[in-house]
Design a protein around this ligand. Sequence first.
Ligand code: MN
Length: 241
Amino acid sequence: MCLLIGVTAAFDEEEERCYLSRLYVDAVVRAGGVPVVLPPLPLEMAAAVLDQMRGLLLSGGGDLDPAYFGEEPLSGTGKVSPRRDVFELALARAALIRQVPVLGICRGMQVLNVAAGGTVYQDLVLGVKQPLKHFQEAPRWYGTHHIEIHPGTKLAGIFNVSRLRVNSFHHQAVHRVAPGFRVSAVAPDGVIEAIEAGAHPFGVGVQFHPEGMWEKESVFLGLFTALVAAAGGKRRPLEKW
Ligand code: MN
C-alpha cells in the first residue's frame, strides 16, 4: 500500500522559490510513507488535494501573519509568506474536519493551533518570564533543553518517557491553545512544546524539530511512524471542527 503523506514546502517570496529540507522527506520514507511535496497552491485546491493524501505533515518555517489570530504585527514578528499562510491554514482546517492524520512541526504546530482558533506569541520573550534559549546555536541534531511530556497523551505513548531533551529553533510559541486541543508537553520555562487534538485520530503538533534529530536518535522517528500508522487507518469526516 502506498500511503501518500503531503508535506508542505516553504516559499521564498523574494526569490519565488519553493523549498523543503530533505530531512522531512527522508523521515517520512523511513517511517513507511510516500512524501508528496506540496507547494503553496490556490486556497480552493486545499481540500481536494488533501483528499488524495492519507496524511499531512506541516513543515517548519517562518512566521504566520498575526492577522490570522487577530493581532497587528509587533516588531518581533519575522518573515511572512502570504501564499504559504493561506494554503497551509486551509490544509490544516481540512485535515481537522476530514480527520486526516496531521503532524505539525514548529511553524506547523502554530498553523494547526491558529487554524483551530488559538493564538501565538509573536515573540516568546513578550509573553514568557525568564525564557530559556529557544533558538539554539548548537547543531540541529543536538537536543539543548528538556520538555516534560504529560502522561496519558499521544506524545507520551510515542516517546514512552516523561522527560526528553529536544532541539529548539523557534522565537514564537503557542499562547492560547485552540479549543479541541490540549497541551502535551512544556519546557521548564512553561513554553508549550507540544499540543494535540482531542477528537481526532492523529492531530499532533511539536515545537521542536524531530526531523533534525531522528538520524542520530531513533526515538524521534517515532513521531513519523505514528503519523504513517495513523494514515493507514480508517477515518470518518466530522460535520464541523
Ligand atoms: Mn523550545
